[in-house]
Design a protein around this ligand. Structure first.
Ligand code: HEM
Length: 125
């Protein structure tokens, strides 16, 4: 399989996650249970598939420091997305800062993930 095509499935799942995220926001609070769970589970599936594909690319490669740095940033962003998502749904913390962190982590994750895949695929060791 072409290295880039390995990321089609995680990419599609990521787009579904965004779609359900914006839909969830539009529907407002209290969150629609079905849309919330689809958003959360599709996000989980996207992360798991992306992690498996990236792990397979990393195996046996001479890993560059930039890839390690971007991977750490991606992991931190995923933790931030899941934590803020969970806290927003529980609703016991101020909503606005949590949503801001959710959005910022999403943007940083997108750029870091694309950068990491670029360095892994375009600059193979
Ligand atoms: C890869 C992981 C994730 C991505 C890319 C993502 C992306 C998004 C996006 C784009 C929005 C819409 C934000 C807006 O209106 O501007 C959103 C909203 C939301 N997400 Fe996520 N999300 C992720 C994971 C999660 C998880 C795991 C949870 C729950 C545990 C979650 C809970 C929420 C909630 C509750 C909202 C609605 C916020 C509101 O407007 O009140 N998200 N997400």
């Amino acid at each position: 399989m072409e290295p880039t095509s390995k990321f089609i499935l995680p990419g599609i799942l990521f787009l579904f996650t965004l779609t359900f995220g914006f839909w969830l926001s539009r529907l407002g609070k209290p969150y629609n249970g079905l849309v919330f769970n689809i958003h959360k589970l599709v996000a989980l599936a996207a992360v798991v598939f992306a992690a498996i594909r990236i792990y397979n690319l990393l195996k046996g490669a001479d890993i560059q420091p930039v890839v390690v740095t971007l991977a750490v940033v991606c992991v931190l962003c995923v933790i931030a997305l899941f934590a803020t998502g969970a806290f927003m749904s529980i609703g016991n913390l101020p909503h606005a800062p949590l949503l801001t962190v959710h959005k910022v982590a999403l943007v940083v994750l997108s750029f870091s993930a694309v950068g990491m895949v670029y360095f892994l695929i375009a600059k193979p060791q």
